[in-house]
Design a protein around this ligand. Sequence first.
Ligand code: AP5
Ligand code: MG
Length: 193
Amino acid sequence: MLNLVLFGAPGSGKGTQSEKLIEKYGLHHISTGEVLRKQIKEGTELGKIADSYISKGHLIPDSLMIDILRQELKSEAAAKKGVIFDGFPRTIPQAEALEEILRENGTELTGVIGLEVPEEELVARMLKRGAETGRADDNIETILNRLNVYHTQTEPLKEHYQGKGAYIRINGLGDTDRIFTDITGNIDGRSKK
Ligand code: AP5
Ligand code: MG
């Protein structure tokens, strides 16, 4: 069973690489951003709350986010196949909750894939996507807030996972297939150990 966290700044390629990993390893994909965007689209109460944070580039409060994750993990697919966590955890309390939930489910984290990409490239990717798809938080003001939130609240997790020997650094700049090969080489090396 593989349980992988895809970690990285906004625009670093978590979603793109998740798609490829699901195909190769048959994992269940949980993107907390996608879960929230679906709620916004459906106009639910949760969607209204989520929108008030996402539109500013702020994080949804930990307690709410952890409840949502617990719900998502109840699916049969998650229990059977293992999971790619895309965009979760983003804070130390979320990381601690994830470790506890996995332990309760009799499993554990295999590794944390850290996609490292220079800031100018992140901004360029998100502006391009904003222009092409109209994703609401891909405007320059919200992008800069998202990056700021990443540096202050999420980046400290890198050290947290490095301390546990779980962080796998991947150069996230360049060809998506090369990045994918780097990721799978690391995962396959780990799961053989
Ligand atoms: P979320 O949806 O997770 O967004 P994000 O972290 O800001 O990241 P993105 O989805 O923008 O980027 P990505 O890393 O997935 O990259 P992608 O593959 O798309 O979260 C959105 C919001 O929800 C948060 O701001 C927060 O408010 C809330 N939220 C979510 N999770 C939360 C949590 N756990 N706690 C609290 N709040 C939470 O790639 C980006 C673009 O670049 C794409 O257009 C892609 O085609 C392109 N691209 C990808 N790879 C390459 C490459 N190698 N070269 C060139 N272009 C590339
Ligand atoms: Mg994404």
